[in-house]
Ligand binder design. Structure first.
Ligand SMILES: [Zn+2]
Length: 373
């Protein structure tokens, strides 16, 4: 009898160990889908809407780098959880290097993929203006008596021992806390359904590249990975099940996640493909060690840029970072015609045929038009 119970216990432990994901994003998405039917529908629409956007605008070169204002909520109980400003800044630095492809380990990307490795043209700043318009360093420290947060909503609820969101249309909220053992972090993917708690939750030992960080997740790549999810990237193996689809054409099909630090090439011709290069295990959206990740691809970049334009448009034109103001002029941004003037600068509402006019829009763009019909 004792033996039987022991065996059952062992099986349970095994299930727990194997189902414990280092990234909780898929689990959170599933939980939200079950709780809110509207969320499920909104998420189902995302892939289609994204494909449409990329087909229409994907090849257009951005005119400006997009800078995303970040607030870091440090929810701490012990002194080591109250991570230093330097640790937080080190994470921002990692993000800027990874998303601009100025990471020094980019040389480790196998040469077959160097040509599709992307400068994602996205940067990050610690917010310099808070939701009340007051100056801030972008760090919100909250002492708590709460134990490990896991994937509970408590983390973004101040009355439950967490910290409330800053408006998530305007800021990327990142909560850093004692999350739980084995789980490094999770994020909320975008859709037209955005509720409380939009952003990232990351364990304090996996945030940044100095201070309380713990190898092998001590180079800030957990946040790089989770922001990938927040900007609509799937795991490079396509998530649930094996040989899934990550909706990105330039990442090879891959059977499942990789851990540790494999050698190249790995798992060639997997998933019944002819793929001599094998898994792109050094992609930020795999599960390898921080020190072995080094790229996003052009296809992933297109999805992230689409996600910002469609679901997080306030990030395109914000003034919450002290040193940068995004001025973004892209064809798809909704712009309103302010006035039409002729070549002499005279305003008109009735342009004549075959004459030149300037159409002035509220986003600062001007189009020269000759009305032929
Ligand atoms: Zn993930």
């Amino acid at each position: 009898m004792t033996k039987k119970i022991f065996t059952i216990l062992l099986i349970c432990l095994n299930i727990n160990a194997s189902s414990q994901e280092r990234c909780g994003t898929e689990a959170v998405t599933e939980k939200m889908s079950n709780l809110y039917p509207e969320y499920r529908i909104a998420r189902e629409q995302v892939n289609e809407q994204t494909k449409e956007w990329i087909d229409k605008f994907g090849d257009n070169k951005l005119q400006n780098i997009i800078t995303i204002p970040v607030v870091v909520h440090v929810v701490w109980k012990t002194n080591s959880q109250n991570i230093s400003d330097a640790q937080i800044q080190s994470q921002i630095d990692v993000l800027n290097n990874d998303y601009r492809r100025t990471n020094i380990d980019q040389i480790n990307t196998p040469s077959v993929w160097q040509g599709i490795a992307a400068d994602s043209e996205i940067e990050f700043c610690l917010a310099s203006v808070d939701p009340n318009g007051q100056p801030t360093n972008g760090i919100n420290r909250v002492q708590t008596t709460h134990g490990q947060f896991g994937m509970s909503n408590d983390i973004h609820t101040s009355s439950a021992g967490g910290a409330d969101d800053w408006p998530n249309d305007d800021y990327l909220n990142i909560w850093v806390c004692d999350i739980s053992s084995g789980l490094l972090g999770y994020a909320t993917p975008p859709s037209f359904f955005i509720g409380d708690g939009d952003g990232l939750v990351i364990g304090y030992r996996y945030f940044g590249s100095t201070g309380a960080v713990q190898a092998p997740y001590n180079k800030g790549r957990t946040a790089t990975h989770e922001i990938g999810h927040w900007l609509n990237l799937d795991h490079v193996w396509g998530g649930w099940g094996s040989c899934g689809n990550d909706q990105v054409s330039d990442t090879p099909k891959q059977e499942s996640e990789n851990y540790s630090c494999p050698g190249y090439p790995l798992n060639i011709n997997s998933c019944n493909t002819t793929n001599p290069n094998g898994d792109m295990f050094m992609n930020y959206m795999d599960y390898t060690n921080d020190g072995c990740m080094n790229l996003f691809t052009n296809g992933q970049k297109a999805r992230m840029i689409a996600a910002i334009n469609q679901y997080r448009p306030n990030m395109l034109n914000q003034n919450l970072c002290s040193s940068t103001t995004n001025i973004y002029e892209h064809q798809n941004t909704t712009k309103e015609l302010i006035k039409i003037v002729d070549v002499l600068g005279k305003e008109t509402n009735n342009p004549n045929l075959n004459a030149t006019y300037f159409y002035i829009y509220n986003n600062g763009t001007v189009e020269k038009k000759i009305i032929v019909k």
